[in-house]
Design a protein around this ligand. Structure first.
Ligand SMILES: Nc1ncnc2c1ncn2[C@@H]1O[C@H](COP(=O)(O)OP(=O)(O)OP(=O)(O)O)[C@@H](O)[C@H]1O
Ligand SMILES: [Mg+2]
Length: 263
């Protein structure tokens, strides 16, 4: 059942976002508000700027204008690892896991990355406090491995796992950072129908049981219409529509720019 976005607080506020590479304007004046508890989908044709938008949210790309406020913190100018410590995690369009390493070690790597910065940033803390934090993070990893149905793959090298399971590992790696906001870039791309249904149920579990707000990019409109409470449509770097899945489906510009083939 889709959630609704009434009466909830904004978690992410993007205003007049501008991104350019050389002379090419990739994002042009994007305004988006994502409320706590949203499953917010970004759709749009290839090259519309969807991945670039996620890359701006975690400051992998530094926007040249506009502002991004997450949970009351302005993210502009921060490094991606700093953004992660505020509770923003992501999966990647092309899986970026270490294929020769086990599921557990891949998930731990994400944690070590975060820990390194939190330890460096708090060098005055006592060693046993840091040790407790490491212990706590290990417990979280074990919980997440269970939660994502990966227990039997814990010691398997990621490279031998089916594609759909690898995507779950990527999601588990992101979840081990205990995010408030999870960014999923085309997590269903290249999946068979059953794998899509499987990952859809994990997305719903993460949303409902872990209370994580989700922004996801997806090309297949059937799961978008099923899972999302809000949909935003990008085309050539601008937002051409936003609303409930039903509203967006009826929008004339969307029909023309994106859904034309399905009329
Ligand atoms: N690092 C970069 N350097 C130069 N141009 C870039 C860079 N990243 C993205 N672009 C350009 O920005 C535009 C938007 O790309 P982006 O990957 O955000 O699109 P997308 O909507 O995610 O497309 P797809 O559906 O194919 O994944 C494209 O023209 C792309 O070539
Ligand atoms: Mg993309």
């Amino acid at each position: 059942m889709a959630v609704t976005s009434e009466n909830r607080n904004p978690l992410l506020e993007i205003e007049n976002l501008q991104l350019a590479f050389g002379g090419v304007q990739v994002l042009n004046g994007i305004d988006i508000t994502v409320n706590q508890g949203d499953i917010f989908t970004i759709i749009g044709p290839n090259g519309a700027g969807k991945t670039s938008l996620l890359n701006c949210i975690n400051m992998h790309y530094q926007p040249k204008g506009g502002s991004i406020i997450f949970d009351g913190n302005k993210l502009n100018g921060m490094k991606p690892h700093r953004v992660a410590t505020f509770g923003v995690a992501r999966t990647f369009q092309k899986v970026e896991l270490f294929h020769g390493m086990t599921v557990l070690d891949n998930i731990k790597l994400g944690r070590h990355f975060l820990m390194k910065f939190s330890i460096l940033g708090s060098f005055l803390r006592l060693p046993n406090i840091v040790k407790d934090e490491i212990q706590h993070r290990s417990e979280i990893e074990e919980e997440i491995i269970d939660f994502m149905g990966l227990s039997s793959f814990r010691y398997s090298p990621v490279g031998i796992l089916p594609f759909g399971v690898r995507k779950r590992v990527d999601m588990a790696r992101a979840l081990a950072m205990r995010p408030k906001l999870l960014l999923l870039d085309e997590i269903m791309s290249g999946m068979a129908v059953e794998e899509k249904e499987d990952i859809a149920s994990y997305i719903l579990d993460v949303h409902r049981d872990l209370g994580v707000t989700i922004i996801w990019i997806e090309h297949d409109l059937a799961p978008v219409m099923d899972l999302s409470n809000r949909v935003c449509v990008l085309s050539f770097g601008t937002k051409i529509a936003e609303g409930s899945p039903e509203e967006v489906q009826k929008h004339p510009q969307v029909i023309e720019a994106y859904l034309g083939r399905q009329k």
